[in-house]
Design a protein around this ligand. Sequence first.
Ligand code: AMP
Ligand code: ZN
Length: 467
Amino acid sequence: MPAHLTLHDTLTRTDREVTPLDGKTLRFYCCGPTVYGPAHIGNFRTFVAQDVMRRVVEASGTPTLHVRNITDVDDKTIRDSLKAGQSLLEFTQGWTAKFHADCDALNLLRPHTEPSAVAHIPHQIAMIEKLIANGHAYAAADGSVYFRVSSYKDYGKLSHLEDRELRLGASEAASATDSDEYTKDSLTDFALWKARKPEDGANFWPSSWGEGRPGWHLECSAMILEYLGEDFDLHSGGVDLIFPHHENEIAQSCCSTHGKFAHHWMHVAHLMVDGGKMSKSIGNLYTLEDLTKRGYSAVEVRYVLISGHYSTPLNFTMHSLDSARQALQKLAKADKALDRGTAPIPAAPGPFAEAWDTLLKDLNVPGALGSIFGTLNKLKPAALSADESANTRNGLHFMLQALGITLPAIMDEAATDVPAAIQSLAQQRWAAKQAKDWAAADTLRKQLEASGWLIKDSKEGFTVVAK
Ligand code: AMP
Ligand code: ZN
């Protein structure tokens, strides 16, 4: 059994062990959400994969330091805060709170540090000053500052793009964005500081180049330096961030510090809908709320999001949520069959060693889930001694903890005929009861009764029956 997780590294294109540089704590950074609306489940595919990575590292005995930023100033946050008639801060704080609520529902461990771009303007200005001083950046006539891509010979090493393709990408981006890009010396150069424009409203900050705001790529470099230093273990985001965002982060950081920046790069493939990328701009997105309104629970959504290997695109369907519900019920029943009321023993995979081993190899969640079900299918709980039963249950809990899955209440067989929305309400009521939130449990019971359904509780779960 390998002691450490191995992960594919985008930079070297090899699978490498994830071990801390300092021999103690795995220090890693994830690009966080842009808070101008609810995150969609595509975004959450990436955040959930990063959460499983963290849980697996911690379960293998290595503590972590997890930093994830909040992007609270860019074209979209400014545009939509003005539309909403709110200050940028008020607007982004509202969407940050919504993001946190969704993260909690999806059982994502909170990062240890969650810095925001607006709270780190001086750090970003300081980095620009360094880059200008050492010849990697220049101020243009309009007061914007650009990174001179030709000054950094390793530019493009992460995305493995040819020079020609880089230029093509940048010229497309330039024509798609703003007209004052002509002030740049070269099309590939990207903005570190954007001079104030009328459409920015009150959202600008003073600098020695004039009023304006930082370019998007810069915030991650500046906050990484502040919270993780010049060298750190691992950096992660969705595949769309490889170029230009992460390429630009490397350029900014490596040219303003003496460090190597991230020593390992983990990129999560996209969640697709009907074969296309799920994104806000295309409008084919689902939020967690959309799915809970359709009667699915957050753990079912999480199960779907982890059910494909993180490095392969995953096609989302409603049917996959139904399959997740069945799989979770199977796990909950197996757990119940193993419960002899014995005391817990130290966390270890036990009979699920093969599943754990699979998980450690490039975070193979689908393989691990397959192995868990394989082991459970062969199991005859009644034939186990109390110790064997406890050991197996403990192993199951170890795996579920690493995957971040909390088991739902068991629904009886007849309940499969109950509409998904009703099952979801009943599960929410059960969760409220477990949390001793009697008022919420009561309200939900009344809501169910009003819809024509009764709940009968037992020790391990509940049954929903038509009135
Ligand atoms: P954003 O809020 O757009 O800055 O994105 C937050 C995170 O979600 C980034 O790591 C993106 O790469 C990731 N992301 C965006 N769309 C998808 C998608 N359809 N599937 C998986 N990850 C995504
Ligand atoms: Zn970033």
